[in-house]
Structures are given as C-alpha cells and as structure tokens.
Design a protein around this ligand. Sequence first.
Ligand code: PXP
Length: 239
Amino acid sequence: MTGRRLVVNVDHVATVRQARGGVEPDPVAAAVQALAAGADGIVVHLREDRRHIQDRDVRLLRQVVHRLFCLEMAATGEMLEIALQVRPDSVTLVPERREELTTEGGLDVLAGLEEIGGAVRSLEDSGIRSCLFIDPDLDQVEASLRSGARAVELHSGEYARAGSDRGGSRRALEQAAKRAAKLGLEVGVGHGLDYRNVSEIAALPEIEEFSIGHAIVAHSLTVGFGRAVREMRQIVCPH
Ligand code: PXP
C-alpha cells in the first residue's frame, strides 16, 4: 500500500448509539458519509466486551466500504476467527484490557513475539494485511519486523497528552517511523491526534496512514450541533 491515507475511526458513533441501545446513530451510515467526504478508509475496533462496535457493524462495513476497511482487535482466538470470516483489508492487533477507557499502550511485541507472530501468520496466509500497534520504541519496531507483520501503527497517545511539551515524544515518533520505514515496514500513526496537534506529525514523510476517530466525531458535534438544534426548534416552535 502506498501514498498518504486518512482512515477514519467510527467507534464513537457506535458509543453514542450504545448509550440508548437503539439503532441510531449508525456507524455504517457515518462510514458512508466519511468516504463521501474523502476518507481513504474506515477503521473500527471490535472489543471483546462489544462496548461500541458490534459484530453486525463489522459485517455490514465489509460490504459497504469499498476503500480500505481495517479492523482493530486483540490477538485472541475469537477475534481471529471473526477476522478470517469477515476478511477486512487490514487488521491492526492491539492490546486490550476490559477496564481501560481506550487502548492505553502499544503491544509488547518483544514479550509476545511467538503469539503475535502466530496471529500475523494466520492473517497474512489469508491475504489480510497485518499491522501491529506499538509504542514508538526502536526495540518494538525491530520485534515487529521479526513477527512477520507488514506494517506498524505508532501510538501517538503520549505525544497527544504531552500538549505543548511534546518535542520529545514527537522525536520518538519520528525516529521510530524512520527506523520502521528503513526496515521495509509500512508506517501508520494513531491515537489522540486532533486538529491542532496533527500537522507536526503530518510533516513526517515516512508516515503513510493516519488513523483518527475521536477528534473527528467530536468536531462533527461542534460544527453540526447548532444546525441540529435549529432544525428541532423549527419543528417544535414553527411560529
Ligand atoms: N489507533 C488505535 C490502535 C486505536 O486504538 C485508536 C482508538 O480507538 C485510534 C487509532 C484512534 O484514536 P482516536 O480516537 O484518539 O483518534
């Protein structure tokens, strides 16, 4: 895969739906809108606890997303079975803990090389691109290569959290991106990127893929909320 890409994560559209246990808003409809707006792909995280994205979403997204469809998941037997059935274009393996609010750290590929390598092999053998979500750490980059994975997604959470003091974490992302690209791995980045902090990362030429969700969903509320209120008031108070 080559060329710069924005892959939009629609998990938090599903978070709003699950808050009422109904059918709206639908992350599949959001995905269609994102693609119409120019997104290069769609990504969702099917969590073990199904707190936002549901199995039905993954199946429908596979049918409607005709650009890149990426599935984020833990390297468990259950998830691998789903991935091999649904056949997304790409799978990003992430660590997952039930009690976390969101993915908190990268995979420890060094410690879990055998298990992760096994998951990578079953994905690649079925023609699914394998990507590992790792911290921007050179040892993890090298272990990712050894696992047989085709790509890494560098965790930008620390960079995002560091606010104006982010020079060090930006350099870590830059060094990890350069090393990964030199080793022949495809390089992506994701987590916590927003409209203010993304430009400095977008300036790194080695990074091909940006995986962004929360900031886009949050911004859509800001830019769309006024209109939604005006339309409702017009119905409730027509005169
Ligand atoms: N990449 C990975 C591996 C993630 O787990 C997440 C969060 O679901 C993202 C990217 C997107 O992060 P954000 O929602 O903060 O843009």
